[in-house]
Structures are given as structure tokens and as C-alpha cells.
Design a protein around this ligand. Sequence first.
Ligand SMILES: NC(=O)c1ccc[n+]([C@@H]2O[C@H](COP(=O)([O-])OP(=O)(O)OC[C@H]3O[C@@H](n4cnc5c(N)ncnc54)[C@H](OP(=O)(O)O)[C@@H]3O)[C@@H](O)[C@H]2O)c1
Length: 254
Amino acid sequence: MSTIFITGAVKNTGLAIAEKFAENGYDVAVSSRKAADAEKCAEELSKKYSIKAKGYGLDLSDVDDIIRVFDEIKNDFGRLDTFVANSANLGVDEDLLSVTKEQYDDLMNVNLRGTYFCCQRAALIMKEQKKGSIVIMGSVHYKSSIWGRSLYAASKGGLASLTRSMAFELGQYGIRTNYLCAGAIKTERWDNFTEEQIAARRANWPVGLESTGEDIANGVFYLGTDLSKTVSGTDLTIDSGIETCLLPYKGGKH
Ligand SMILES: NC(=O)c1ccc[n+]([C@@H]2O[C@H](COP(=O)([O-])OP(=O)(O)OC[C@H]3O[C@@H](n4cnc5c(N)ncnc54)[C@H](OP(=O)(O)O)[C@@H]3O)[C@@H](O)[C@H]2O)c1
């Protein structure tokens, strides 16, 4: 039986990824900063898909906690085939000129340091199996900027570099690593937008529609399984075409 571990998977994109792999017969480990939420989510996945699922309380800003959780996953499941680094501090509205050391550490300790050590621990398990796939959830912010997201963009840029280093160093152990570069994904945050705000957002994208969690999960399923067995160190962009726009999108001639 194959096993996947997804961080921050009790809701939104992480949960959609967990569901996608569970419906394809994977055993599933999920984490949340709230252990009770992770356990409840695992129980529901287990019942719904008749698979083994376990939830773990995990604070990504604590490297010792990361080591503990990966050790527990190895004991509980005996293997790890796919790891998805999904948890992130979205770092909204942090003006570059007034970012403090505390804000920097808060975000980087989760997004970059936490993800780095999660990937390292996942790779140590996969190395013993001589096989595994790691998918890092990335963002178009690593290439394109909007106001207030400099820390987030820097963290996602670091992860894009990490993806390539991991693909290079870990290929010899049968481990592939890829980056899923997402544009806009519909989550609970969209519940706060008015219809006009949603229409204005969609008008910025050639595809005219944001991704759902399922759209992203389909990409992660490709990268996380043998469907992509010769793909490593790459960036799969699922962004409604946003990266094609040099000028604000108007749907025709500028
Ligand atoms: N939504 C988008 O438009 C979008 C676009 C591009 C890329 N992405 C990326 O896609 C992934 C999933 O995004 P999403 O929007 O579905 O995410 P989300 O649910 O907001 O975040 C994923 C999980 O990360 C954990 N998390 C959030 N803030 C945290 C913090 N400050 N410290 C530690 N953990 C924290 C939360 O899990 P717990 O609270 O349960 O621990 C959360 O459920 C992320 O890596 C994100 O950067 C999202």
C-alpha cells in the first residue's frame, strides 16, 4: 500500500490533495497545527475511502517537532511514497519597507526552514526505499510581484531553488522533487469577496477562472505518482494563464 503525507491538510488545497490520493487507494497522513483537527480529518478520510489515515499535530516552525512527526509516520505506516509540502504562512500585507525581524522569522521559519527540514526528513525515509516523490507547493509570486508579499515571494522563490537542488542531489536515491506553481486557488478566503470583487479578479486571467483545490490536486497527483516517473526538478504551473500577461489582461489588443 502506498502512503502520502501532506502538511496543513485539514482544509482547502491540502484537503483536496488528501482526498485525491485517498480515492486512489493511498494511505494518508495529514498534519495541522491543531492535533485534534488532524485526527478528526484522518478519521473522516479513513471512513469515507476505507483507507488507513492518521492525523498529526505539527508546528512547522519547530524543527524538533518535524523530526518527531516524520519518525512517527515511519513507525505508523512503515513507508512514505509521496510527500507534499503544503503548509504555508501566506504573509499578506507585509509592506517591504516596514517588515520586522519577527515578521520575517514567523514566515520564513514555516515556509522555508520548516519546509526544508520536512523535505529532508521525507527524503531520509524515501532513501531507504530507493524511491519517492516530493511535491512542493509553490506560487506565481516567486516570479511576479504584488504589493505586500515580498516575504512570501522570497520564501516561495527559495523553495523553487530547493526543488532543483533536491532533484539533483536525491535523484541517485530514486527520489524525484517537483514544484507546483499555483496562481489563484479558491479557498475559504473567497467567501469574504463580493461578486464584483470576484469578477474583477477573474478578469485579470486569460482563463477567466481561478483554480479549485481539485484542479491543483490533479497536478499534485501527476507529480506525486509514477504518472510522472521521468519528471524531476521541474515547475508545473497551474495558474489560469496569469504568467503570460506582460500587461494587465484585457482580453484583446492593448
Ligand atoms: N490560495 C491561493 O490562492 C494560493 C496560490 C498559490 C499558492 N498557494 C499555496 O498553496 C498551498 C495551499 O494554499 P491554501 O490557500 O490552500 O492554504 P491555507 O489553507 O491557507 O494554508 C495551508 C495550511 O497551512 C497552515 N498554515 C497557515 N498559516 C500558517 C502559519 N502561519 N504557520 C504555520 N502553518 C500555517 C494551515 O494549516 P493548520 O492551521 O491546520 O496548521 C493551513 O491550512 C500553500 O503552500 C500556498 O502558499 C495558494
